[in-house]
Design a protein around this ligand. Structure first.
Ligand SMILES: Nc1nc2c(ncn2[C@@H]2O[C@H](COP(=O)(O)OP(=O)(O)O)[C@@H](O)[C@H]2O)c(=O)[nH]1
Ligand SMILES: [Mg+2]
Length: 344
């Protein structure tokens, strides 16, 4: 899963990327930066309280800090950017809501960037519609349906509306996916507010006006937080009235939009969180760890995180009959703690 950070130049993408991934990057290049952010998860230390372990390993989020292109900027740079956005699974759309000396107009900036993305999809939709219309003339049923859907897609885009909103059937959605439209990707709208404007509810309301999910943060503050030693972070957060660094709500919102869930492995070597699609089977979850474990899957020994907390140890879980042995068809549940048995 890869999340692209998208937004106009100067909105704070690189600042946010550095803060979330803990990498230092030269803020003023127009190359994409790729990095990994650790997803904080209170269930990890809670598991380690009951299962003695040497190391805690959080799940991660892959982030790509994409270059910003000004509206009406160089077409070559814009098409290179659009190509990169097509590769990511979800978009984190950063909108400047702090005054950088030019004032701030998050609604305008959001619309400006969205317009570029809508236009890019419109070009793809037009090409696809022409092609589908030619195939439909040969009487192919599937192509006729495609033409009808592509007409509706063009209509929406023509009105300037992104494809993620709108009433699409499962068939339509399959067609949308097959063309990799940018505006049908899951998106999180991130308002980058001044520290004084935190928690930023007003900006979130502005961003969510056109539909979609919003979140406010202050990238500069997040960067400062990331530089602080762990033990000083809590007091700084508290003094700002914040419950946690922005990576928490950001990762949770992206997971919800991408339909992702978390399971755990726990042993004396490490307690670790893993990210999988909701509804993944036990062998698919095993594949998130290693393809060999998926291929050689025998069964999964598994219990619920909540049972570990209420019963207090693996031994008591076993005694209470809460340790389950699950086969290939088992659908993973959020918070499962799993030990996979496999052949190589
Ligand atoms: N006041 C303030 N300045 C910020 C914030 N985030 C970024 N900046 C500044 O805005 C400028 C552009 O930031 P940068 O992260 O390079 O933006 P990018 O072009 O979107 O990658 C830099 O001078 C940052 O220090 C913020 O939350 N508050
Ligand atoms: Mg940048």
């Amino acid at each position: 899963m890869e999340v692209g950070i998208v937004g106009l130049p100067g909105c704070g993408k690189t600042t946010l990327f550095s803060a979330l991934t803990g990498t230092r990057v030269d803020a003023y290049t127009d190359k994409a930066h790729v990095g990994v952010a650790n997803i904080p998860d209170p269930r990890l230390p809670a598991i380690a309280e009951h299962i003695t372990t040497r190391k805690i390993v959080p799940a991660t989020l892959r982030l790509v800090d994409l270059p910003g292109v000004p509206p009406g900027g160089e077409p070559k740079k814009l098409s290179a950017l659009l190509e990169q956005i097509r590769q990511v699974d979800a978009i984190c759309h950063v909108v400047r809501a702090f005054d950088d000396g030019r004032g701030a107009d998050p609604a305008r900036d959001l619309a400006a960037m969205d317009t570029e993305l809508v236009l890019a999809d419109l070009v793809v939709a037009e090409g696809a519609a022409d092609k589908a219309a030619r195939t439909a003339r040969t009487g192919e049923r599937e192509a006729k349906e495609r033409v009808a859907t592509l007409e509706r897609i063009q209509e929406r885009l023509g009105e300037g509306a992104p494809l993620r909103s709108g009433d699409w059937s499962d068939r339509d959605k399959a067609i949308l996916r097959s063309y990799g439209f940018i505006t049908s990707k899951p998106v999180l709208l991130v308002g980058n507010v001044a520290e004084a404007d935190l928690p930023g509810a007003a900006v979130v309301a502005i961003l969510e006006k056109g539909g979609g999910r919003g979140l406010a943060l202050c990238a500069k503050l997040e960067a400062e937080l990331a530089e602080l030693p762990e033990e000083d972070r809590a007091s700084m957060l508290e003094s700002l009235g914040l419950a946690e660094p922005a990576i928490g709500p950001l990762a949770r919102a992206l997971h919800a939009q991408l339909g992702l869930t978390t399971f755990y492995t726990a042993g004396d070597k490490e307690v670790r969180a893993w990210t999988i699609p909701m509804g993944a089977t036990a062998p698919e979850a095993a594949g998130a760890i290693h393809s060999d474990i998926q291929r050689g899957f025998i069964r999964a020994e598994c219990f619920a995180f909540d049972d570990l907390v209420s019963l207090g140890s693996e031994k008591r879980i076993r005694e209470a009959g809460k340790l389950r042995s699950e086969g290939k068809a088992y659908l993973m549940q959020d918070g499962d703690v799993v030990h996979f048995l496999f052949n190589v």
